[in-house]
Design a protein around this ligand. Structure first.
Ligand code: SF4
Length: 356
């Protein structure tokens, strides 16, 4: 399977996610549960692969709050809700925004079974279903660039410098494809020393069964417990740009909130959620195996497609014939629903529940 440009990057990203899920942490015994997600980050920075190293008991306890992510408004309620009934305005800290949003959050949580609420004398009282667990141990951000050239290496170095300065993740890595001549090693010399480097031999486009990876450089732990620096503008370090840089600072509390929100989104989405943004109900949509990972495959284009092109604007979209759905394959609905179920089941296996 030979893939061009963006499709090859997507397939590489999926292969890296699968490898991380299987092998993380590289070179060490696994002493925590691992959740992997792709394309997550903040308003100004999105990482290709995000690894959440979790406390296993905490992760299982997190399962009681449902599969969906808890955003900052919902987290404010579940983290502060009391064990005994109380009027919500008395028992929750002032949120710093209007209380009506807190009421909305209470109703959302209650509908999900993540909080109890009742009305007493016209007042809303709440009670937690259990303490919100401390389930996130470490967050690792990986930037994937399968085919490095000088320009791509310069852009990567700049991105990683920003990641190091901000210190939102505990570690920052770059993952690139290992080549036979090792040319990528020269290009990687300009990366910040704090960033780790993974050389990946991906199974995409080969008949190798499993993606493997080698650590070419071990990362340093970033200062997640210190205030971070957001580099808004970074003048050319070569000396041609004399303009001043622009920076903003992120407090330790803000970092903590952002890390937790990031982990929550990773918990909900995992890395197989690419199918959610694709037309799995198209008759040409398939899953193909790339080594031990499953990647989407378009039968019409005869290649792996990205979520950007596999949407309602695709000129080759054709709905599944109704007859496919009537046969009830593989369980109910058409093949597209079957694909979603396969990926959902694999995502579920990474999220233990309290009973498990
Ligand atoms: S034809 Fe278009 S919509 Fe259908 S699977 Fe291919 S890319 Fe997706």
């Amino acid at each position: 399977m030979t893939l061009p440009g963006a499709e090859a990057e997507f397939a590489f990203e999926v292969a890296v996610c699968r490898w991380v899920e299987r092998e993380w942490p590289p070179g060490r015994d696994r002493d925590s549960a691992v959740l992997v997600a792709r394309q997550l980050g903040t308003r100004s920075r999105r990482w290709d692969t995000v690894v959440i190293e979790c406390d296993l008991a905490g992760l299982a306890a997190r399962g009681a709050f449902g599969e969906q992510a808890l955003n900052s408004d919902l987290l404010h309620v579940v983290r502060n809700a009391p064990a005994d009934w109380g009027y919500y305005r008395d028992v929750l800290p002032d949120p710093g925004y209007p209380w009506r949003y807190v009421r909305d959050a209470i109703h959302v949580l209650s509908a999900r079974g993540a909080l109890e609420h009742r009305k007493r004398g016209g007042r809303i009282e709440i009670r937690r279903i259990g303490p919100y667990p401390d389930w996130v141990r470490r967050i690792v951000a990986i930037e994937n660039k399968p085919d490095l050239d000088r320009n791509a290496a310069n852009v990567l170095a700049d991105q990683l410098e920003r990641d190091v300065a901000l210190g939102l993740a505990d570690e920052a890595w770059v993952a690139t494809r290992a080549t036979e001549d090792g040319a990528e090693r020269i290009l990687l010399e300009d990366m910040p020393v704090e960033a780790g480097i993974l050389l990946v031999s991906d199974a995409v486009g080969t008949d190798v069964e499993r993606t493997t990876a080698e650590v070419a450089w071990h990362p340093r732990s970033l200062a997640v417990d210190d205030p971070g620096t957001c580099i808004e503008e970074n003048p050319d370090s070569g000396g041609f740009d004399a303009s001043a840089g622009r920076f903003e600072y992120m407090s330790v509390d803000e970092k903590y909130e952002k890390r937790l929100a990031l982990a929550e989104r990773a918990y909900e989405r995992g890395w197989r959620s690419y199918v959610d943004a694709m037309r799995s109900d198209c008759r040409h949509f398939e899953l193909a195996s790339a080594g031990d990972a499953l990647v989407p495959w378009c039968g019409a284009k005869e290649r792996c497609q990205t979520s950007a092109e596999c949407g309602s604007s695709c000129g080759e979209f054709e709905p599944e014939p109704p007859a496919w759905r009537q046969r009830g394959w593989p369980i109910e609905g058409g093949p597209g629903r079957g694909v979603e179920r396969v990926l959902d089941r694999r995502r579920e296996r990474q999220r233990p529940t309290p009973e498990e």
